[in-house]
Design a protein around this ligand. Structure first.
Ligand SMILES: CC(C)(COP(=O)(O)OP(=O)(O)OC[C@H]1O[C@@H](n2cnc3c(N)ncnc32)[C@H](O)[C@@H]1OP(=O)(O)O)[C@@H](O)C(=O)NCCC(=O)NCCS
Length: 147
């Protein structure tokens, strides 16, 4: 029903636009211009083997993206979970993240995410199956729990 495909150079403009539109919810709130997005891709993303950004494709359209950092052998940090509003299909993002996290939990990996406390998506994470594992003044760390 959906496909996960790693982003490539052709996805940078989409990524830039959706990241900018939700930047108030991210740690780095600077607006990203085209040059900076390309620099990030060439100098950082493609040079590191520990992070992957996936696009979620349904019926040939990208309806969201999310990133995964391998923080250690058994800890995966999800980041930049962003819906593409115009292609959103209700319920798809939750299914993708549940499938991804359940699959990795069954292999002994912990999937977690750091979320700013002011982000309304915290309710969504709870709905998907995350629980609070730690917190500080500004953000919560949430961990996926298999039911
Ligand atoms: C978080 C996000 C990826 C969820 O995508 P989505 O397409 O809305 O997800 P789904 O359709 O699978 O799930 C929606 C359901 O989740 C539940 N939900 C609870 N709180 C929610 C919230 N704050 N936002 C969205 N859904 C929420 C609801 O049941 C909702 O269904 P409803 O519309 O019938 O009430 C999207 O809202 C987003 O891109 N947010 C902005 C970027 C962001 O803050 N990302 C997290 C960074 S850490």
């Amino acid at each position: 029903m959906y496909e996960l495909v790693e982003i490539d150079r052709n996805d940078l403009e989409l990524l830039r636009i959706i990241k900018n539109s939700y930047r108030r919810y991210f740690f780095d709130k600077r607006k990203i211009n085209k040059a900076r997005q390309i620099l990030w891709y060439d100098d950082k993303y493609t040079q590191s083997s520990d992070q992957t950004i996936y696009k979620i494709i349904v019926n040939g359209k990208v309806c969201g993206v999310f990133g995964v950092y391998e923080r250690s052998e058994n800890r995966l940090e999800l980041f930049n979970l962003i819906v593409v509003r115009k292609n959103r299909i209700k319920g798809v993002f939750s299914k993708v993240i549940r499938d991804f996290c359940s699959d990795h939990s069954s292999k002994g990996k912990i999937c977690f995410v750091n979320v700013l406390k002011l982000n309304p998506a915290i309710r969504w994470y709870m709905f998907v199956g995350f629980i609070v594992s730690s917190q500080n003044d500004n953000f919560l760390e949430l961990e996926y729990k298999n039911d």
